[in-house]
Every structure is written in structure tokens, then in C-alpha cells.
Design a protein around this ligand. Structure first.
Ligand code: FAD
Ligand code: DHB
Length: 394
């Protein structure tokens, strides 16, 4: 069979690209390794920047997000046992973020895709990408004991960090920049009211903690843990006890605990691939770059990559111009490196590192004091947290 764009991976990047291309009248087929339920079961990001909200609207899947998502105009930082609210709205010139889980975004996109009768192949094994250095690339996979081949004009590698697309790019054409952090985040999801109306990022002597949420009745909490820890060794009680120790008195009083719906450990990594285009194959989202989760940029970078890619493909088909696809890497990487820098900076500002000297925490506290008592400091946090505009620095 044949399509215009073969999309590998049905995470948020692949599904959003499929929807945006559909709106633009471009055919695409999505090939995904696991089942739809498996994709929906992965608890990941929770915060959408305004640009992501706008893109989901543009894709025609924003109705439930606007009904159920929570608009947050501020965020709290805690260090040395004190809290400081950053008025994101005020210091970003009127922007906010939206609390709406990646699971919900994915579900809305899957539903829209099914409603439009668009093709997604789930549980495809041994996916492989071929001949993307020519004008006739194709994708192959196995399913239910049969082999399949899909011819296409372009391949969109939306298959995440462990996907096949980046791994198939010629090693001589690719540069990978990477930093691995010496700790992970242990996350817990529970049907309990969040400890605070807004998110709280905590720099504590016992390590970083984050109080996030999915709704008024569902909390998401994270604890910095050593890489040697295993999720099986963390009982719910141990988690709640450790979180209490990292909170302030007000937090300890307000914290409502309950059984976990999900618990998992994610490693922290900064990673960027250059370039993001190899002939007729493009990388988008986690396939091309990873940020440490501090600052919630991962999902938001995936949505903006896909927007740039969709624009480039529209230019190719409608205007018969390759200028857009030629410029795809450069355009994405500008935005990616800014988000990479912010995520790395906020990570080192808020976490305890294994061999920190005593003075390091003092430097962190002084920097947080400075930032939250300076108009310039508050702006630098706010404009990065709400996210840079799509056309930033063009
Ligand atoms: P993915 O969501 O990874 O989707 C890629 C898809 O490709 C998957 O469905 C995968 O099954 C499929 N695939 C892989 N290989 C193949 C193949 N060979 N053939 C076909 N399909 C394939 N971000 C935040 O902002 N906040 C968070 O709290 C947060 N937590 C995270 C926790 C974890 C454990 C991880 C891994 C990421 C987290 N992120 C978080 C980052 C955020 O979830 C990602 O940036 C986002 O999912 C990127 O979307 P994507 O579509 O590019 O990749
Ligand atoms: C969430 C994750 C983040 O990394 C973050 O900075 C904010 C919120 C979350 O999963 O809710």
C-alpha cells in the first residue's frame, strides 16, 4: 500500500502530526509498536504550554481539554523551608499553562483519528525504515504472522527515545549531545485532592520534590531518588512519609494521602540529535531529543516539532517548495536548545547532586532568593516556564 507520510509511533507527536496533516489534506498512516491501551496506560507529562493548547485547538481536539483542564497562572517554588509564588501570568505578559495530562491528550487525539476513519496500525513488530535517502522511502513491519510494506513520500520518526528511526540514521551523519543525571524521579499518582492549588517545586536538603496534579481530585507527586532505587522498594507509605519530610509545615498539614494508582521511576537525561532530518526522514519529539522533566518541556517540544514539520510538508505539497523541509532541523533546534537549557538549569537549581559540597545548597538558595526578588529574575522564570512563542528568534 501507499501513503504520503508514514508516521512511526502513536505517542502525542505521531498522533498530533496525523491530525494536523489530515486537516491539511495530506494522507498519513501511523505504525505503532504497542497497543492503544498500552500507550494510554503510560503516565507521563501533565502541563501544556499555551502553544500546545493552541495546536490542539488547531487540530480540532481541544473541547474536552478546555472543559476539564485547569488553567494555572502561577507556580510556587520552595527552598530553605520557605515558599515563593511566581506569578507566571503577570511576568509573562498574560500567559498561563494548562494542567491536562498526556494520557488525556493522547486519548482525545486517538478518538479524533478514529472518528475521521484514519488508519493506525497498533502492535506492529519489527518496524523498519528503508531508502529514506531516495525519493521512494518505505516502511515494513510484521503483524499477526504477516509482513507488510508501506510506500511513502516521507517518513516521520515520532517513535520516542528508544525508537527505530533515529537508530536507522547513518552514524556518520548524526551528532548526539547527551548528559545523564545521577538520579531519577519517583512518581506517584493518587485520587486525592492536590496539596496546593498550584504546582510546588521543592528544593529540600533531602532532595527535590514536586507537587503536581491532574485535576482537583487527582494528585501527581514526584521525589528525587538515587538511580540505585527500585520502584518495588518504595511502598506507598514510604513515599508519603518521604514527601512529608520534603514539604513545609503548611504542606504537611494539608497533604491528603491515599493508595497509589501508579508508581514509577524515570531517569533524567538531556539529549539532542543534530540534525533532525535525514533525506526523506524527519525526527520529531522524544525521537530527536530528551529533556529532564523539571520545567515540563518534553511534551511541549514534541507538539512544536510536529507543527514545524506539518508546515514544511504543507509547503512541499501545496507550494511544491522544499524550502520548509530544508529548514526543518534548524527551526526545531533553535527552540529545542532553549528548552534544553531551561530544563537543565532548573534541574541543577532544584536538585541535590551526589557529591555536592555544602556550599552548593547555599548558592542555590541565594540564586532562588535573587530570582524571586528581582523583576528580571521573575520574568526569566515566567517566560521560559510558560514557553517561548512558536516564532521565537526567527
Ligand atoms: P512517546 O510518547 O515516547 O511516543 C513514541 C511512540 O513510539 C510510543 O508509543 C512507542 O511505543 C512508539 N514506538 C517506539 N518504537 C517504535 C517502533 N520501533 N515502531 C513503532 N512504534 C514505536 N514530560 C513532562 O513534561 N513531564 C513529565 O512528567 C514527564 N514524565 C515522563 C516520564 C517518562 C517515563 C517518560 C519516558 C517521559 C516523560 N516525559 C515527561 C516526557 C514526555 O512524556 C515526552 O516528551 C512525550 O511523551 C514525547 O512524545 P513523543 O510522541 O515524542 O514520544
Ligand atoms: C509534571 C511533570 C513535570 O516534569 C513538571 O515540571 C510539572 C508537572 C506532571 O507530571 O504533572
Amino acid at each position: 500500500s501507499r501513503t504520503q507520510v508514514a508516521i512511526v509511533g502513536a505517542g502525542p507527536a505521531g498522533l498530533l502530526l496525523g491530525q494536523l496533516l489530515h486537516k491539511a489534506g495530506i494522507d498519513a498512516v501511523i505504525i505503532e509498536r504497542v497497543s492503544a491501551d498500552y500507550v494510554l496506560g503510560r503516565i507521563r507529562a501533565g502541563i501544556l504550554e499555551q502553544v500546545s493548547v493552541d495546536l490542539l485547538d488547531e487540530a480540532g481536539v481541544g473541547t474536552r481539554m478546555h472543559a476539564e483542564g485547569l488553567v494555572h497562572g502561577g507556580v510556587e517554588l520552595m527552598w530553605d523551608g520557605r515558599r515563593h509564588r511566581v506569578d507566571l501570568n503577570k511576568y509573562s505578559g498574560g500567559q498561563n499553562v494548562m494542567v491536562y495530562g498526556q494520557t488525556e491528550v493522547t486519548q482525545d487525539l486517538m478518538q479524533a483519528r478514529a472518528a475521521a476513519g484514519l488508519s493506525t496500525i497498533y502492535e506492529a513488530r519489527n518496524t523498519a525504515v528503508h531508502d529514506f535517502d531516495t525519493a521512494r522511502p518505505y516502511v515494513t513491519w510484521d503483524k499477526d504472522g504477516q509482513s507488510y510494506r508501506l510506500d511513502c513520500d516521507f517518513i516521520a520518526g515520532c517513535d520516542g527515545f528508544h525508537g527505530v528511526c533515529r537508530a536507522s540514521a547513518p552514524r556518520s551523519a548524526i551528532t548526539e549531545y547527551e548528559k545523564v543525571y545521577p538520579f531519577g524521579w519517583l512518581g506517584l499518582l493518587a485520587d486525592t485532592p492536590p496539596v496546593n492549588d498550584e504546582l510546588v517545586y521543592i528544593n529540600s536538603p533531602r532532595g527535590f520534590a514536586l507537587c503536581s496534579q491532574r485535576s482537583k481530585t487527582r494528585s501527581r507527586y514526584y521525589l528525587q531518588v538515587p538511580l540505585t532505587h527500585h520502584v518495588e522498594d518504595w511502598s506507598d507509605d514510604a513515599f508519603w512519609q518521604e514527601l512529608r519530610l520534603r514539604l513545609d509545615d503548611e504542606g504537611r498539614e494539608r497533604l491528603v494521602t491515599g493508595p497509589s494508582l501508579e508508581k514509577s521511576i524515570a531517569p533524567l537525561r538531556s539529549f539532542v540529535t543534530e540534525p533532525l532530518r535525514f533525506g526523506r526522514m524527519f525526527l520529531a519529539g522524544d525521537a530527536g531529543h530528551i529533556v529532564p522533566p523539571t520545567g515540563a518541556k518534553g511534551l511541549n517540544l514534541a507538539t512544536t516539532d510536529v507543527k514545524y514539520l506539518c508546515n514544511a510538508l504543507v509547503e512541499f505539497y501545496r507550494d511544491k517548495s522544499e524550502a520548509g523541509i530544508d529548514d526543518y532541523s534548524r527551526k526545531c533546534l533553535g527552540r529545542i536548545w532553549r528548552a534544553e537549557r531551561f530544563s537543565w538549569w532548573l534541574t541543577q537549581l532544584m536538585h541535590r547532586f551526589p557529591h555536592d559540597e555544602q556550599i552548593t545548597a547555599k548558592f542555590q538558595h541565594a540564586e532562588l532568593d535573587y530570582l524571586t526578588h528581582s523583576e528580571a529574575g521573575l520574568r526569566t522564570i515566567a517566560e521560559n516556564y510558560v514557553g517561548l512563542p512558536l516564532d521565537f528568534a526567527e
